[in-house]
Design a protein around this ligand. Sequence first.
Ligand code: ZN
Length: 288
Amino acid sequence: MALVNAKEMLTKAKEGHYAVGQFNINNLEWTKAILLTAQELNSPVILGVSEGAGKYMCGYKTIVGMVNGMIDELKITVPVALHLDHGSYEGAKACIAAGFSSIMFDGSHYPIDENVAKTTELVAICNEKNLSIEAEVGSIGGEEDGVVGAGECADPNECKMIADLGVTMLAAGIGNIHGKYPDNWQGLNFDVLADIQKLTGKMPLVLHGGSGIPEEMVRKAIDLGVSKVNVNTECQLAFAAATRKYIEAGKDTQGKGFDPRKLLAPGFEAIKATVKEKMELFGSVGKA
Ligand SMILES: [Zn+2]
C-alpha cells in the first residue's frame, strides 16, 4: 500500500474513541521495527520525522525512498502516513516536494496572525496535493525546543481559530512536554482539553510528548478527543537500554557479536516491544 495521508485513519480513530500512534524514526532499524509491528498488530501508523532526524537520515528524499521501499519489500498493507514533525515553513514545503504524505507546520512561535497566514497557505497546498496537515497552538515545551518548560496550555479560542482554517489535526498544549517529565510535573490539564474539544468538534486532537505520561492520563485524553499520540523518547530509551545491556554483557566481543546486524538486534526488538505496548494502550490494534 502506498503512503496515505492521515485524515482517514484519524477520522476513524476519533469516531472509534481510540488514537493512532506517531512514532518518530531515526534510521533503518527504527523504521523497520515500527512498520513490522504495525503490520503484525494490524494497526494504522504514522511515522514522524523531525527536521533534525531528516538531516541525520540524509534528507527527506532519502527517507521517502527508504519508507516506500520498505512498505513494498516488507509487504506492509496497513495504512502508513509519513509525517513531518514540528516542521518549519520551509521544511514543510521541502517535505511536500519530497513526497511526504503529511506535514506538521509548527507556527506556534509566530504571533497568532502570522501563524494563521502561513497555516492558511500550507492548508491550500496540502488540499491540492491530498496531504494531511497538523497545526500547533500554544507552545509545547520540553527538551526538543532547547527549553525545559512546565508545559503551557493553549487558548481554546485560538485552537478554534486555527481548526477553522481547515487543518486535518490540531496539536494543543495541555500541560504536556517533550522528553522526560520532571518529578514535579503537574499532569495534563483535562479542563483545558475538554474546552478545546468543545470548540473544535470533530477535529482530531494531537497529544505531543506522549513518552512518560501515565497510562490512565493517556486513556482519559483519548476519551476526551485526542486521536493521535506522539511517541519519540520512549523508543530511544528502550533502544539505548537494550544496546547497553548487550554491550555490558560483552556480547559484542563474543564470536561475530560485533556484526551490526547482531549488535543492533536487541535495540530493534526493544523498539518493537515499545511500539506494541503503545498501540495496545492507544487502542489502535486491529483498526487498520
Ligand atoms: Zn511535539
